[in-house]
Design a protein around this ligand. Structure first.
Ligand SMILES: [Zn+2]
Length: 313
């Protein structure tokens, strides 16, 4: 009864404009994060979250080449990952003399944002493993630090260029955070169609974190959701720019029919995952520790983003 009287009093107060507890603010803009749609599938803790966790015993990995029509490779045929011989890659890094003197990344005055880029740095400081062997001089690559250094460079360029993007996980002190990072991208409200880009570094099979992988396991590959033509087209643009910019071994496009990475499977938008060198390959690691390489990787991502914004998928 008391509540009933209070409710009546409240209604009267509203009619007489006497509702002091309600701030008089203009109607807010639509919230950035609308109520969550049905939850994405639950992440399986045994499911690989990036290529470094794909085991040889897993389902076959489908390797596609950037120039092929998606119809050629989305069929049922599978092949093992062909590893180019290491001698294909003289020194592992492009000759700086090959690079154009002008930065290749510069949108013209006609540039208009076409997509909202949801960019994800993959891991956090609390992610277990994901680190290179410690070198004799004490240097070590932590994957989350590499990924975030690259995405920081990408964000700097996108800020300068005025490209629309969303930094999915700005926090550093997180672990795998798989469901949250996907949920944030899915819930983001955007007038532009969304694309998801997750930036990683790779690890090949090795007996322990302190061991290097086989010398032939090196290079860059880009993953997409198997069966997604848009995802595949998106991956092809990134892979092409990454190889051209870095001169790293080209491990082409990859996907899995089952057990796909959660960030590719649960994102409700075309999604790709770039694996930018093997930090437990002794050759790749030395290069990946340099500023120059990280900037090249960032430049390649930015060039790919601008190409997709210009050409569409
Ligand atoms: Zn990773």
């Amino acid at each position: 009864m008391k509540e009933f009287l209070q409710a009546i009093t409240d209604i009267i107060a509203v009619f007489f404009g006497d509702a002091p507890e309600r701030p008089r603010v203009p109607k807010p803009l639509p919230p950035a994060l609308p109520p969550a749609a049905p939850l994405p599938p639950v992440a399986d803790p045994d499911e690989p979250q990036d290529a470094g966790e794909v085991q040889a015993s897993d389902d076959p990995v489908v390797v596609a080449h950037e120039g092929e029509s998606p119809r050629d490779t989305d069929g049922p045929e599978f092949e093992d990952a062909p590893l180019p011989p290491p001698e294909d890659n003289s020194g592992g890094q492009a000759d700086p003399g090959d690079k154009p003197t002008q930065p290749p990344v510069r949108p013209g005055p006609e540039y208009r944002a076409r997509y909202m880029w949801c960019i994800d740095a993959g891991h956090g400081a609390l992610t277990a493993g994901k680190r290179s062997p410690v070198l004799p001089d004490g240097r070590q690559l932590l994957e989350y630090e590499f990924n975030r250094d690259v995405t920081r460079r990408i964000f700097e360029a996108l800020d300068r260029l005025g490209v629309a993007y969303y930094n999915v996980v700005p926090e550093t002190q997180v672990g795998n955070f798989l469901i949250e990072r996907v949920d944030r991208a899915n819930r983001l409200s955007s007038a532009l169609p969304k694309l998801f880009l997750s930036v990683h570094a790779n690890a090949g099979p090795a007996p322990s974190l302190q061991d290097f992988t086989d010398d032939s396991v090196r290079g860059i590959e880009t993953w997409y959701f198997h069966g997604s033509t848009q995802g595949r087209n998106l991956a092809a643009v990134f892979q092409r720019h990454l190889i051209a910019e870095t001169g790293f071994v080209n491990r082409h496009l990859r996907s899995k029919v089952t057990g796909q990475f959660y960030v590719l499977r649960a994102t409700r938008m075309p999604a790709i995952l770039t694996e930018n060198g093997f930090y437990n390959n002794r050759f790749d690691l030395e290069i990946m520790l340099t500023d120059a390489f990280r900037q090249s990787v960032a430049d390649a991502h930015v060039a790919a983003i601008l190409e997709v914004d210009r050409e569409g998928l």
